[in-house]
Design a protein around this ligand. Sequence first.
Ligand code: ATP
Ligand code: MG
Length: 652
Amino acid sequence: MTETPQETLANLLSEDRTFPPSPEFTRSANVTESAYDEAAADRLAFWETQARRLDWTKEWDQTLDWSNPPFAKWFTGGELNVAVNCLDRHVEAGLGDRVAIHFEGEPGDTRTVTYAEMLDEVKRAANALTDLGVEAGDRVVIYMPMIPQAAVAMLACARIGAPHSVVFGGFSVDALSSRIEDAGAKVVITADGGFRKGKASALKPTVDAAAERCPSIEKVLVVRRTGEDVEWHDRDLWWHETVDTASNEHEARSFDAEHPLFILYTSGTTGRPKGILHTSGGYLTQTAYTHHAVFDLKPETDVYWCAADIGWVTGHSYVVYGPMANGATQVMYEGTPDTPHKGRIWEIVEKYGVSILYTAPTAIRTYMKWGDDIPDRFDLSSLRVLGSVGEPINPEAWMWYREHIGHDKCPVVDTWWQTETGAIMVSPLPGVTATKPGSAQRPLPGISVDVVDDEGESVPNGGGGFLTIREPWPSMLRTIWGDDQRFLDTYWSRFANMYFAGDGAKRDDDGDIWLLGRVDDVMLVSGHNISTTEVESALVSHDTVAEAAVVGATDPLTGQGIVAFVILRGATESSPEHLAELRGHVASTLGPIAKPRQVMVVSELPKTRSGKIMRRLLRDIAEDRKLGDVTTLQDSSVMARIKEGLQARSED
Ligand code: ATP
Ligand code: MG
């Protein structure tokens, strides 16, 4: 444990377990150690090689134009069509009968979509959008459930060069209309609804209300999914009457490598969401390469499943663009993991023989809480690689994932990246890295990530600080839509010549990177900067704790005091002795400095739609303040329930 007074972020947790890949895995791995050397020798040449994984109709003149930092241009002068790279070229290569999507609806209906069928539908949708007056450069908002038409809609937009802005199906009228307005979208693609938690959940009424507020909306294209009654307006068109009847002949034109592909708003965990702009050639290069390298995808034999919604970046990069550029066969599931029973995820893995599974720590902790006996009932032997994304994964959850889902034979890859980075940046490579529970470990080949102190100097091994990116990367955000100044202020002003990610991190004695949560959430206790992640991981390592969120609350003695909110495993009540034991457990795991001032038992935590804990709202509770912006919460009533529960408890 380091105790220097100038420490940027304390390094408290130590973890010695490591898991090297099996020799068999390494022997057939897509990427080996030499990729790091190759990229280190010539980073731009390395990315040029990766760009050649794609079909370009015009070769680029320059790999990277960094003459006007931080506004990067990659593969300048190059031209391609993103949708052609995801579909046409596979069909032309004779792979039209390969399954692109095994769709599993929540009620149990299924649909198998081949690459040829996907291409056919995307061409029809492209023609339909063109008929509606959508031209290259026009923005289209997509507000849909997880059904194959959502991917079709995205690819149809890409095909005609109309940037899409996908809004999580289930966001409120406010969230949807502010995104429509910000993008100045002409068309919204939606559905009558989708199936969630065992019933139809309507989407169209939200779009109707948003369209009333947003004069830019000319047309609304509606997929019939649930069959429930919907109100109908002049601007509305049914997908099955418009897309299904459109021509399936469509000549795709090529676009500049820097043509905008999509706008996507960040999850809003820390504040007002930012409209992140991504472009075409560099984005597709890095998503395709990282999907190939990090998941070791063998497109002929693997069945891949990324359980993320298309409403957030993982659903863009690792459901639609990366996997489809690589010709993957994947599973898409519409509903919630506990409908109609808590084994639904594992039942789907067994049914389709899923070999690569990519999900979030919040989901993994939930499955842990539900009990080992549930996955144990299913045959999970098809799995060979497991991935995690979205938050730091606690070592305990990582071990559970490895043991109970991966049966000790699947490499677990903890992938760090952001909406802004577009693609994975820090992650083990499954055939190379000896993995460590809870660490994202190493920047991928061609990526230069650093951990720096307040002055921007690299911290030595064993030190903690800020995660930064020192060199531009192909799938980097190009700006914040319509707000270059906010782009500069948010990411490029904290340190000179470096991208500031907003996350804390440390390097262990081997130089491996551990993510420590958001810098905004770091707690300052008696002069020590303590990360939320380490304290939460210590709490989750106690047998009785399923989930934990900690925040720093103003404290007259220590500056800030650590306040922990915990969800217990199989219990809703605790005793003063048990709470004292939890506090003691943290102190003995991390040292007395990290001992929580207070532990409170809750039955739920405030989370964003993408499952991330919103600590800023808990801080409001811990400091007894009026709540901040709750519009991106999964369930906005959760805060009231947490408060009520706490009052009831503090009275007894
Ligand atoms: P906002 O920026 O609006 O607050 P957000 O940061 O939650 O929203 P995303 O882009 O979806 O929006 O999330 C990226 C963030 O998620 C990262 O900056 C990091 O904090 C966290 N994250 C993602 N993957 C990992 C990981 N493997 N380990 C640790 N943290 C991760
Ligand atoms: Mg962020």
